[in-house]
Design a protein around this ligand. Sequence first.
Ligand SMILES: [Mg+2]
Length: 290
Amino acid sequence: MRNCRHFTVVSPGPSGAVRAVSCLLLVALTLWLSGCQTRQARHSSHEALSAVLWAQTSAEYAASALQAYRLAAVNLDLALADPHWTAALEQRDAYTGLPPAVIIDLDQTVLDTSRYNARIILEFGGHSNRRFAEWCRDSTAPAIPGAKGFLDHAAEQGVTVIYISARAEASRDCTTRNLRALGLPLERQAHLLLNDGTPSTRKTLQRARVAAQYRVLLLVGDDLNDFVSGAKSDPDTRRALLKAHAGRWGREWVVLPNPMFGSWEASLYGFDHSLLRDERLHRVLPQLQR
Ligand SMILES: [Mg+2]
């Protein structure tokens, strides 16, 4: 009996060998096709697909970023003219005579890292610090629309630009290279505050250190964590934080849209980064409101 379904070949001889080879080719083709289908299904169903495509292709995303940076430039000028203006909750007394600075985030605020998120969809399936470090080393992220114009305007006004990012210290060289390649202001390495994994590099503490030396005119970012402590909490608490500072948005605080990643997303699965993708989705889906 020769039976491709059960992958058994009983009869020997040339015709049996030909049939056996045919069966194996058929099996290989079937496996390859099923692999393609699985791959396509994985890509088309990845939870970040629409978010990444929106950020990379839509006129609406670019318009939102331009709008945010135009607002930031107008508010920068207002802040410079008002010596009592400060954006940092961490700013203490006697700041009016301090030199002016803006504090600004990097990823999806100044640097468009959506190509890394595209790679997650196409190759990785999920984020890891090691993968991001590799991507950073090999890539030059473009600037977010409007970012360079705003930062150049700030620098021309004598305002120090200080970047506070969750990027790891290990990515300092590639980050510096990226900023230099785009011609973005980076007066000295002390103005690029990254995360070395210690509590002292949490953004709130870094803002406090900056606020001790500068009058902070604006905070610009894409994550609640770029503005206020407490972002690492459940969605209701995060919304309460938003409301508690309602008067600051669009004034001292300018936020850019980022539907791809951020503490907003991690709050939906309790910041448990050990969860697998399916486990995260299992936690997230019941939170849809209808
Ligand atoms: Mg960011």
